[in-house]
Design a protein around this ligand. Structure first.
Ligand code: SAM
Length: 271
């Protein structure tokens, strides 16, 4: 895709500046990305030295976390930073397990917003899948959105924040921000988080930080201990195996080079 006309969201698309949603889409094999995104993705792979594993290992974690929630009987999903509806989105995995599951996507990237709207309408899924065009750093806007209000917060919800919290900079208190989303979750709810890290590759991470600063979505790296601190501050029970590399979280098959995901992941349960 190299042009985009069908957009009607709250912020203007910037097809000449690379963006995380479109780079991620390219890495997952999707076609909702521009030349600048593909070029930036290839430059990042060169620095990371390992191909598109950040996106792919994260997407695998997302799928397994959704299946984990379904196995616990959860049928409501709030997906913050949901991305472009490319290969294997949350509603596809959720509806395979429970066709009646309700999914609310939230993203603020214009292309992701426009494509999600188009696809939901083309698939006729509006009764079970909704999209909120909003910034994850604005919990008031998200929690008061009609689509989110239609979820039943007296029953368990799966709150998904996969590869999105690193777009929240250190100027925000992450625990307070995320706490706004978790504080009203019913017991039995689950919270899935993945977060990019510099742990073990500080020099490369510094170069990636510089590269991402040129995109519309600069990233903030956080370490294993900060993620552990987040779950503890939120008073969530970390489920086994705790905080691990993305591909190590309840894998379906043996894992090699788990560190190549460059993301720590964990799932917490609300008591
Ligand atoms: N969660 C999906 C997954 O793991 O497959 C997509 C992850 S993608 C790396 C990050 C997504 O977060 C992008 O779609 C981007 O537009 C979105 N995002 C970044 N900053 C955001 C913000 N402040 N508010 C809402 N969405 C944001």
């Amino acid at each position: 895709m190299d042009s985009f006309d069908a957009y009607s969201g709250t912020s203007e698309p910037q097809p000449d500046v690379p963006n995380a949603a479109r780079i991620y889409d390219y890495d997952l094999g999707g076609n909702h990305n521009f030349a600048v995104d593909r070029a930036e993705a290839e430059r990042i792979h060169e620095v990371v030295g390992s191909g598109p594993y950040v996106a792919r290992d994260n997407r695998g974690f997302l799928h397994r976390a959704v299946r984990f929630a379904l196995e616990r009987g959860i049928d409501q999903f709030l997906d913050l930073g949901s991305g472009i509806p490319t290969v294997g989105n949350v509603h596809e995995i959720a509806h395979r397990g429970n066709p009646a599951a309700q999914v609310v996507y939230v993203d603020n990237e214009p292309i992701a917003v426009a494509h999600t709207r188009q696809l939901l309408s083309a698939w006729g899924l509006q009764d079970r899948v909704a999209l909120v065009d909003a910034d994850v750093r604005d919990p008031d806007a998200i929690l008061s959105a009609p689509a989110v209000q239609r979820l039943d917060f007296s029953r368990p919800v799966a709150l998904l924040m996969v590869a999105v919290l690193h777009y929240v900079g250190h100027e925000h208190d992450l625990a307070s921000l995320v706490g706004r989303y978790t504080r009203d979750l019913a017991p039995g709810s689950v919270v899935a988080v993945s977060h990019v890290t510099a742990d073990g590759q500080e020099e490369r991470a510094a170069r990636i930080t510089e590269m991402l600063a040129r995109t519309t979505t600069p990233a903030t790296f956080r370490g294993h201990d900060e993620l552990a601190g987040l779950f503890s501050a939120l008073d969530l029970d970390l489920v086994d195996p705790g905080i691990v590399w993305a591909s190590q979280w309840r894998p379906d098959s043996p894992v090699e080079h788990p560190e190549r995901s460059h993301c720590w992941t964990g799932v917490g349960a609300v008591r």
